[in-house]
Design a protein around this ligand. Structure first.
Ligand code: SF4
Length: 96
C-alpha cells in the first residue's frame, strides 16, 4: 500500500562494535541493538533502562531501515555480528 508509514520499533540503544561476552559467539565483534520496553521483570535483567517505562523518553522509534543504517554506520560497513537484545518493544505493559 502506498502512503503507509513503515512499522517502527522502540529502540533503547544501538552500540558497538564491541566484543560479544556471552554464548556461543563470545569474542566476536558485535553491534548490539537493544529494544525498549518489556512486559517481563526478570530478576536477572541487566537492562533496566531498556525495560522500565520510566526511561521511555529516551527510546527512539525507528524503522528497520533506520536500525540497519545505524548498524552499518557503526560497523563501518564491515561484517560483524548483530545482537538483537532488550525487551519486547510491542508489549502492552511497557507502553504505560
Ligand atoms: S529485557 Fe529480557 S531479561 Fe529483562 S525483563 Fe525483559 S525478558 Fe527479562
Amino acid at each position: 500500500m502506498t502512503g503507509m508509514r513503515p512499522a517502527e520499533i522502540r529502540v533503547s540503544e544501538i552500540f558497538g562494535p564491541t566484543i560479544q561476552g556471552e554464548g556461543a559467539l563470545t569474542g566476536l565483534p558485535t553491534v548490539f541493538v537493544r529494544t525498549g520496553g518489556c512486559d517481563y521483570r526478570c530478576s536477572w535483567c541487566d537492562s533496566l533502562h531498556a525495560v522500565d517505562s520510566a526511561y521511555r523518553d529516551q527510546w527512539r522509534a525507528m524503522t528497520t531501515e533506520e536500525v540497519w543504517n545505524e548498524v552499518t554506520r557503526l560497523s563501518g560497513g564491515l561484517p560483524v555480528m548483530v545482537s538483537l537484545s532488550g525487551g519486547n518493544p510491542r508489549s502492552s505493559r511497557s507502553g504505560r
